[in-house]
Ligand binder design. Structure first.
Ligand SMILES: NC(=O)c1ccc[n+]([C@@H]2O[C@H](COP(=O)([O-])OP(=O)(O)OC[C@H]3O[C@@H](n4cnc5c(N)ncnc54)[C@H](OP(=O)(O)O)[C@@H]3O)[C@@H](O)[C@H]2O)c1
Length: 269
């Protein structure tokens, strides 16, 4: 079913299901190093999160989260060999109301993505990298049960916390705070990983951009203004040097209510 309109580069009808699987993730001239990508769903007033001041809980605003974007999120995850998350996300998982966003989903509608990975000889789930300074989280049992490797990258010198995570099954790698994102990406590349998908938020994006290791950004912009007091936007803090991107593809999704645009930006090198 053609339920999208491609606007760029070649206008015409398109289909949401399989969209990010059909388009090659890696640019044609890619040099075979690790490819780092992230995605966000965002309102047109630039919000990616809401915060509940009574519970201190935060999350993707319900007003913009939608199953069509979630499908694309899963397709991006399906192509990764390692997912990047952070300590704050793992702390949020303690709240039973927070659903895990360390895919792939086991729901039947995503079985095709498991099949897609299997057909390419990929593990059933990507491994997990965690950025954390605080180290005050527990490794989710489900990740260990799924036999996924878990790497924790940290500037922390808290020996007890590091030892505890190692005992629990994680590989902990220590870096100075100013080089941690670039160091992590280089370490994962050396370990043989080729597709790192960041599912974390604005601070992690900031760290990745500061070290200039982001290669592509997928943005679903929901055509809705949601307002709010929290200042959580795509990015946290000013960058020392701005990072420029080029539009690689753009789709208009009029099937979603409200409509949304699906953009892929590649880092201009
Ligand atoms: N709309 C969307 O698409 C979207 C996408 C992602 C997230 N979100 C939302 O955005 C909000 C914030 O998400 P988040 O807290 O996961 O994202 P975040 O702001 O990227 O992550 C913050 C945490 O990451 C760790 N971290 C970041 N940079 C680090 C560095 N250089 N060194 C060491 N640790 C570092 C720290 O963990 P420790 O505290 O453990 O030290 C820090 O507290 C949430 O409400 C989330 O739901 C929305």
């Amino acid at each position: 079913m053609k339920d999208l309109q491609q606007l760029y580069p070649t206008p015409g009808p398109a289909t949401l299901r399989g969209l990010y699987l059909r388009e090659p993730l890696l640019p044609r001239d890619w040099d075979n190093g690790i490819f780092v990508y992230s995605n966000f769903v965002i309102s047109i007033d630039g919000r990616i999160t809401t915060e509940d001041s009574s519970t201190n809980a935060s999350g993707v605003p319900k007003a913009i989260a939608n199953p069509r974007d979630w499908r694309l999120f899963q397709e991006l995850a399906a192509q990764s060999d390692v997912l990047l998350t952070n300590g704050s996300h793992l702390r949020r998982l303690k709240n039973p109301r927070v659903k895990s966003v360390l895919p792939l989903s086991a729901k039947p509608e995503f079985q095709d993505l498991h099949d897609w990975r299997m057909a390419r000889g990929l593990a059933s789930q990507p491994d997990v990298a965690v950025l954390s300074a605080r180290l005050d989280f527990e490794l989710p049992a489900v990740l260990l049960q799924q036999q996924r490797r878990i790497y924790v990258f940290t500037p922390s010198t808290d020996r007890a916390a590091v030892a505890g995570l190692r005992r629990a099954g994680a590989t902990v790698i220590e870096y100075a705070p100013e080089t941690i994102a670039g160091g992590m990406v280089g370490w994962l590349e050396q370990a043989g990983y080729r597709r790192l998908y960041s599912v974390a938020g604005p601070r992690v994006l900031n760290s990745l951009l500061e070290d200039d290791v982001v290669d592509a950004l997928f943005l679903t912009t929901v055509h809705r203004i949601i307002g709010g007091d929290s200042a959580r936007t795509l990015h946290h803090g000013a960058l020392q040097a701005p990072a420029d991107f080029v539009l690689r593809s753009l789709y208009l999704d009029v099937t979603n209510d409200p409509q949304q645009t699906l953009a892929r930006y590649d880092r201009r090198r």
